[in-house]
Ligand binder design. Structure first.
Ligand code: ZN
Length: 365
């Protein structure tokens, strides 16, 4: 089992869960104040914990103690090897019971190749279904979802404002039953909420991110909150209908600064810190028809600092330019979430970088 753990665990999310905000990560090495309780570090001074994220090995230089992820878990939770292995395996879904394994199979989303009969659902019907699903989930315990976001520095208010919802595993049958009572199975299948085996497909992906357009939830993407589950994302059938969080633009004044970022985490991170943001699904996901609602704002792109992000910004600057709009570019050393997690003074730095970016865009224009 310990080999199975090592082949499916994501070391980065495993270790950062314990080190959280003060951890620094660069090129596969994590450095942090050491959180191991019996080391009794003062919590000040230099980071003494170093983790090789490639091999999953940690070392505390101050107490000269190190080992693998299982040893780390033993030390963090004061448990023995066997218990550590069992608990990590359970978190990774490796020790699922036979009943659960069969449920994972039956809930599996249909392959892309499965052909569907019938017309696509009209937006109003789709929204009704989406919202019924979200409402049923919201009656269930939301703590796990809230904690998952809190570990990424995202607060509860931002979660509520964007309608992010958690679907607890133990509510699976109950929520599935309610959906089957409320909607014809054929329509549930067309939406992608259900598969050909007549099961709700959101089983392993339980943190739900709705896309609201004109106050209706038209689409859902969901991610797994467990480390090591692939693919990490699952969504309804059909296309992303809009920029994520586009409805929030209505409440803003003209000329306000709006950030264009990648993904849900970065959008929610900025909301948590009082910035206005809309999100793309993937760096290259922008569509021409989504530009119009951005026209009255000062838009600042803060995409990931990788080649996909850079190519996308260059392309979007042309798209904006062709409409007589400007897109400023903010260059961060990391993605937005990491930037805010790593720097205590991030909100201030972010404002300063924004001013510089807007000035640059004015000079270029
Ligand atoms: Zn230590």
């Amino acid at each position: 089992m310990s080999e199975q753990i090592k082949s499916s665990i994501d070391y980065r999310s495993f270790y950062t869960r314990y080190c959280q905000a003060q951890a620094r990560i660069s090129s596969n090495r994590l450095q942090s104040l050491c959180p191991i309780p019996h080391h009794a570090h003062s919590g000040r001074g230099n980071p003494s914990l170093s983790v090789d994220l490639e091999r999953g090995l940690f070392h505390c230089f101050s107490r000269d103690e190190g080992g693998d992820c299982i040893r780390f878990y033993e030390l963090m939770h004061s448990v023995g090897f066997v218990q550590a292995v069992n608990e990590i395996a359970r978190e990774l879904g490796l020790s699922a019971s036979r009943r659960e394994t069969s449920l994972i199979k039956r809930a599996e989303p249909d392959a892309d190749a499965v052909e569907y009969q019938g017309e696509p659902l009209a937006p109003a019907g789709l929204a009704e279904m989406c919202e019924a699903f979200l409402a049923a989930c919201r009656e269930e315990e939301q703590t796990e979802g809230r904690n998952y976001l809190a570990r990424r520095g995202i607060d509860e208010l931002s979660m509520r404002r964007t309608g992010v919802t958690y679907f607890p595993r133990r509510a699976y049958r109950r929520v599935m039953g309610r959906m089957l009572e409320a909607f014809p199975l054929e329509e549930l299948k067309l939406s992608g909420l259900f598969n050909q085996q007549a099961h709700l497909t959101f089983y392993r992906h339980r943190l739900l991110f709705p896309f609201y357009v004109e106050r209706r939830a038209l689409y859902l993407q969901a991610r797994t909150t467990a480390s090591g589950v692939e693919p990490r994302w699952h969504n309804m059938r059909g296309h992303v209908p809009a920029l994520y969080n586009v409805d929030s633009l209505e409440d803003l004044r003209s000329r306000d600064v709006v950030y264009l970022v990648e993904g849900f985490t970065d959008t929610l991170t900025l909301l948590t810190h009082g910035f206005a943001a809309v999100g793309l699904v993937g760096a290259g996901g922008m569509k021409e028809e989504w530009l119009a609602p951005l026209g009255r704002f000062s838009v600042v792109a803060a995409l990931d600092p990788d080649s996909a992000g850079e190519r996308a910004v260059a392309r979007y600057q042309e798209m904006f330019g062709a409409r007589g709009m400007r897109l400023a570019q903010l260059e961060l050393p990391t993605d937005v979430n990491e930037f805010f997690q790593q720097h205590p003074t991030a909100p201030l730095e972010f404002r300063l970088l924004t001013e510089a970016a807007l000035e640059n865009a004015r000079d270029d224009g």
